[in-house]
Ligand binder design. Structure first.
Ligand code: HEM
Length: 505
């Protein structure tokens, strides 16, 4: 044997011993729990080539074969799919701290650097950012103070719809624009004049749609991190092309606001309804996480999260409610009767009416069950190995919580594919959005529950109450409602809904 072979053999033996020892150590740490069952895939690719477009349907079908917890190898990532309330409770309650972590997709890193709330890893930085958002921006006082901004936007949509009486309107587009305007007005309501706001809104709309679509596209780079630098599908490149445009808009609005602050002697919200940007700029330079300070980069990341997390979700659910009501005229009639009783023919809907609209609340809740905007929530990424339902979940596997399977389970919901709002009336059980009942989690649960839940609920209910109280809605002649869905980061309607408005009174 020559000298080189001896060295090579020694190195290989040392490496093999190190690998063996670390494998043994890992195994002993993991204990004896077995991995859950799951379908076999191809070498290297795993189950990736067999995935369908409507992932939530496919995951539900696989659960029928492999049970409420199963594993899938997707490229180099090991994924776990959990689809029973008892096991989901183990994740979001009993072991919430371990599962409060996330694995940001490449596209999300390209969008915000993972510096917002949505994709930040569980830890001090995420905790502080979330605290800022919840305590400062979404406090009861601020939500109430910003009602005037929501009211203006909702009045604007009423004016727009009134100009189109008797003509078909694309509902999804209308509610997307409205919800985006509501969010933008909450973000920087008083900063810019109406004309500039409309212009920026239109530019933003186009860019936000692109960002949401790119975030929802399955990306090979996420499943084969070694290939990420090649960006095989060009998703990262496309993302990096859209983001500067969004940042430019944010920069111009932030600049505008900074000038106003300077002119007003240092305080951002003087004399105006409190908008989020003003609140964020007041907090500038505070410490977040371990050492980083809350600067413009963090402000832009949080603004992007709010726009991305808040627009498509609220718009999509409003479109689904309209679709189900047009599909079920008897239920539409009951909703409108309740609106007339509570609000009165001569009055406009207001946010204080919301708590009295019990039937509309049940309709919205049933729509969330049947068409959850995030049917698999947002995947969790355990920060250490642990056991769920007697099976091993290794550290840094990707964990999907399949709420869609639970929504469609006949053991839990009688005739689950039927639209029956009555199941959510108070007398039939207690379902809130807070995640107290693990059978029903449209806003998630645990430490990562949607932080904007009170705002999301208000925006959805207020817009629906206004559209349904002010107008009668009909389908165009010979049209029917297609209630099939298209999976994405947010589950939208597959075909756009068109409806014709008429004045109700
Ligand atoms: C119909 C409306 C909405 C629905 C159905 C919804 C749903 C969700 C869900 C399911 C999650 C993940 C929860 C989990 O992992 O357990 C989430 C997280 C989040 N949502 Fe919402 N959301 C809505 C509205 C909003 C709005 C209006 C905003 C912002 C103004 C927002 C901002 C966020 C943020 C920042 C997160 C990340 C929280 C974290 O990771 O700590 N959402 N949302």
């Amino acid at each position: 044997m020559d000298g080189f072979s001896v060295v090579a053999l020694t190195v290989i033996s040392i490496l093999a011993s190190v690998f063996w020892c670390s494998w043994k150590f890992k195994k002993s740490k993991e204990g004896t729990a077995p991995y859950p069952p799951g379908p076999r895939g191809l070498p290297i690719l795993g189950y990736l080539p067999f995935l369908h477009v409507n992932l939530h349907h496919q995951f539900t079908e696989l659960a029928k074969k492999y049970g409420p917890i199963y594993k899938l190898q997707l490229g180099s990532k090991l994924c776990m799919v959990i689809s029973s309330p008892a096991l989901i409770k183990e994740v979001v309650r009993d072991q919430d701290t371990i599962f409060a972590n996330r694995d940001p997709p490449v596209a999300a890193i390209a969008a915000t650097g993972g510096l917002g709330i949505l994709w930040a890893p569980y830890g001090p930085y995420w905790r502080d950012m979330r605290k800022l958002f919840v305590r400062q921006m979404l406090s009861n006082n601020n939500l109430q103070a910003s009602y005037v901004l929501r009211k203006e936007e909702v009045a604007k949509v009423v004016r727009d719809v009134s100009k189109k009486i008797g003509k078909p309107i694309e509902i999804g587009e209308m509610v997307f624009i409205t919800e985006l305007n509501v969010i933008l007005s909450l973000l920087w309501g008083g900063t810019i004049d109406a004309e500039m706001r409309d212009r920026l809104g239109a530019e933003f709309r186009d860019k936000v749609s692109k960002l949401v679509d790119l975030l929802g596209k399955p990306n090979v780079s996420d499943y084969f991190p070694v290939l990420a630098k090649f960006d095989v599908q060009g998703i990262e490149k496309k993302m990096r092309a859209v983001v500067p445009g969004v940042e430019e808009i944010l920069d111009s609005v932030i600049d505008e606001r900074m000038k106003m602050i300077a002119a007003e002697g240092g305080k951002s919200s003087a004399g105006r309804a409190k908008d989020f940007l003003g609140i964020l700029l007041d907090l500038k330079e505070q410490k977040v996480g371990e050492g980083s300070s809350f600067g413009l980069t963090q402000i832009k990341a949080i603004l992007m999260d709010i726009v991305l997390g808040g627009t498509d979700t609220t718009a999509t659910i409003v479109e689904w409610v309209m679709a189900e009501l047009l599909h079920n005229p008897d239920i539409m009639k009951k909703v409108q009767e309740e609106l007339t009783d509570v609000i009165g023919e001569n009055n406009a809907a207001e946010e204080f009416h919301i708590t009295k609209l019990h039937y509309l609340d049940a309709v919205v809740k049933e729509t969330f069950r049947l068409h959850p905007p995030l049917p698999l929530l947002i995947p969790r990424f355990p920060s250490q190995s642990c056991v769920v339902g007697g099976y091993m979940i290794p550290k840094h596997s990707q964990v999907f919580l399949n709420m869609w399977a639970i929504s469609m389970d006949p053991q839990i919901w009688e005739n689950p594919s039927e639209f029956r709002p009555d199941r959510f009336l108070k007398k039939n059980g207690n379902f809130d959005y807070m995640g107290s009942n693990v059978q029903y989690l449209p806003f998630g649960s645990g430490r990562r529950v949607c932080p904007a839940l009170p705002l999301g609920e208000k925006m959805v209910m207020y817009l629906l109450a206004t559209l349904l109280h002010t107008f009668e809605w009909c389908l165009p002649e010979r049209e029917t409602v297609d209630v099939s869905e298209k999976f994405g980061i947010v589950m939208r309607k597959k075909t756009p809904l068109f409806a014709i408005p008429y004045n109700r009174f």
